[in-house]
Design a protein around this ligand. Structure first.
Ligand code: HEC
Length: 360
């Protein structure tokens, strides 16, 4: 699933206006997604939550049930959702070993057109109020729905998709079990089931988590020093990468370049002051999600640390927290060890997220 606007061609106002009209139409097609539908009662205990995490928020119009999780898991890997039936749908660009992000800058979907922005990881998306680098998305159901049809993602067709699933053994029954006896395998239910599966991607069992919950051997000396630095006034990293998700859920400019041509948050708000601002990304599992930043322009964590240490480039919306840090060689090593202590190995190899279709 690659849910970003392809803004490659937004070089002039006309194209921008056309793109906005296009997305307004798409959004209005999706208003049906907001109507309460599911007949199943809330069953939130189906998602186990790590120590220190609040309960997973559950949308009233799409309660979390085991039947939906199971169906969503099959669909997340289902080739039949793609136009030519050759791409394993969401998992084509959202890979478990990469914390449900991609391992490349610019993922390629149905029409082989590279994306413009890196995929944001889907981990802990259930908790997030803003989705995507520019905060365009709110509910996971909506990008899940749009991704089925956008030509540069899955490029599918409503009727073809439904027919294919109707003709596949197990699916009709699974949709009825998940959404009620009259439910057909429509795109509407496909997106609800996939969103439910995505809500189970809860990652919070890294060495850092074990350490803060009492296992003093979980982090080594360097990672512990890095943790102190990360939360210190010297680096101010945790001012933006805050809370259990390591994000404040807000938009900042970190001046990774002096020549922004993707204006990020500006496309949503239209405010000049938002040019070059992007949503603070989570840092959980950051080690397995390179290349870094919205444009994948920083290739390693060492270089990310160097970027912050230098205080970024010059750009007029640069956040005042981005300043030269005067880190020592050891400080940089320690910060790196800390960032690596945020990897949740159990999550990355957890069989409950793997492709169930290949296990048949
Ligand atoms: C002013 C808020 C702010 C501060 C302070 C800050 N960050 Fe960030 N961080 C961001 C934003 C926003 C991005 C994404 C920027 C982009 O893609 O253009 C980001 C991206 C990153 C990434 C890449 C994440 C990814 O998924 O690609 C890493 C790693 C990172 N920051 C680590 C740090 C560290 C370490 C510090 C302290 C030295 C720090 N950050 C300080 C806001 C901040």
């Amino acid at each position: 699933m690659k849910p970003y606007i392809n803004i490659r061609n937004i070089q002039n106002k006309t194209a921008l206006v056309l793109t906005l009209i296009y997305f307004t139409l798409l959004l209005s097609c999706n208003t049906a997604l907001n109507t309460p539908q599911s007949r199943n009662s809330s069953n939130n205990e189906n998602i186990s939550v790590p120590q220190g995490f609040p309960p997973v928020p559950e949308p009233p119009d799409n309660p979390i049930t085991l039947e939906k999780i199971e169906l969503g898991r099959r669909l997340f890997y289902e080739k039949k959702l793609s136009k030519n039936g050759d791409m394993p749908s969401c998992s084509h660009c959202m890979k478990q070993e990469n914390a449900f992000a991609d391992n490349t800058n610019f993922s390629k979907g149905n029409n082989n057109e590279p994306e413009y922005r890196r995929n944001m990881s889907l981990i802990n998306a259930a908790y997030r109020k803003n989705l995507f680098w520019d905060g365009r998305g709110k509910a996971i159901e909506q990008p899940a729905y749009r991704s089925l049809f956008l030509p540069f993602i899955l490029g599918s067709d409503t009727n073809v998709l439904q027919k294919r699933l109707e003709e596949t053994p197990d699916y009709p029954e699974m949709f009825r079990k998940a959404f009620g006896k009259d439910a057909k395998p429509s795109a509407y239910y496909v997106s609800k089931a996939i969103a439910t599966f995505v809500r189970t991607f809860i990652s919070g069992n890294s060495a850092y988590d074990k350490y803060i919950h009492g296992d003093s051997s979980a982090m080594d000396k360097s990672a512990i020093s890095g943790k102190e630095l990360f939360f210190s006034d010297k680096t101010k990293c945790s001012r933006c990468h805050s809370g259990f998700l390591f994000t404040d859920g807000l938009f900042h400019n970190t001046a990774i370049t002096a020549h922004y041509f993707d204006f990020g948050r500006y496309y949503i708000t239209g405010k000049n002051n938002d040019k070059g601002k992007f949503l603070t990304p989570t840092l959980r599992n950051i080690e397995v999600r390179k290349p870094y930043m919205h444009d994948g322009s920083i290739l390693s964590l060492e270089e990310v640390i160097e970027h912050y240490n230098n205080g970024g480039k010059n750009w007029y919306t640069k956040d005042t927290l981005i300043k030269p840090l005067n880190l020592t060689v050891q400080d940089k090593k320690d910060l790196l060890s800390f960032l690596k202590s945020l990897t949740d190995h159990e999550f990355l190899s957890n069989p409950k997220y793997k492709n169930p279709n290949s296990m048949r």
